[in-house]
Write a protein that binds this ligand. Structure first.
Ligand code: BEZ
Length: 191
């Protein structure tokens, strides 16, 4: 699959009949909210884990030197907590462009902390997309993040803001925190 998934996403779900749609954010959508929303609340999805396994050619890296950003990987039994936003369908035009580097949107069931459930759209970069990087030791992922930057800024800023955003939600994600522990000494060494 090519990197630019924005036109594919427009064809995936016809959202025109919806007055509003839930969006599930598990990564940059937690801390970078550059879109209007009607309501937001913490939510979880089941059977998925966050992983820094996707290449970023357009935000935290370049085509020549991709950064590492999040995708979701199917993990039976795991829960992934993030932030759900109720948005008007037009917001997906902005998000499809912002998240165009290999991400396709899927409807998924979400559980809210208050016990309610709803279906929401989530962006996932699957293993068959051209920018997928896959697994590596946490120390290698941290070193990759420490040296990467792109039009949206330092790759390390993405990880550190995500870590803080998750803590604000009361979530300590072992994958994210494991990378942060390797990353912080590398960043100190660059000062
Ligand atoms: C998210 O925060 O949900 C997200 C992460 C990467 C790409 C698209 C969305």
């Amino acid at each position: 699959m090519s990197h630019d998934t924005s036109s594919l996403n427009k064809q995936r779900q016809d959202l025109s009949a919806y007055e509003s749609v839930w969006l599930f954010g598990y990564g940059s959508l937690i801390y970078k909210v550059d879109f209007p929303y009607l309501e937001r609340k913490p939510a979880s999805i089941t059977g998925w884990s966050r992983r820094f396994w996707q290449g970023s050619h357009d935000h935290r890296g370049t085509p020549e030197s991709p950064g590492r950003v999040l995708t979701l990987i199917e993990t039976p039994g795991e829960q992934c907590t993030g932030m759900a936003y109720r948005v008007s369908p037009e917001v997906f035009e902005h998000l499809d462009h912002r998240e165009k580097n290999g991400y396709l949107r899927f409807f998924t069931p979400m559980q809210f902390n208050d016990g309610h459930q709803a279906d929401g759209l989530v962006y996932i970069a699957s293993k068959d997309n051209a920018a997928f990087l896959g697994d590596a030791p946490l120390s290698d992922i941290a070193a990759h993040i420490a040296r990467s930057r792109g039009p949206s800024g330092e790759n390390s800023e993405y990880l550190l803001k995500l870590s803080q955003g998750l803590r604000d939600l009361g979530v300590v994600d072992p994958h994210v925190e494991g990378i942060r522990q390797h990353l912080e000494p590398l960043l100190k060494g660059q000062e």
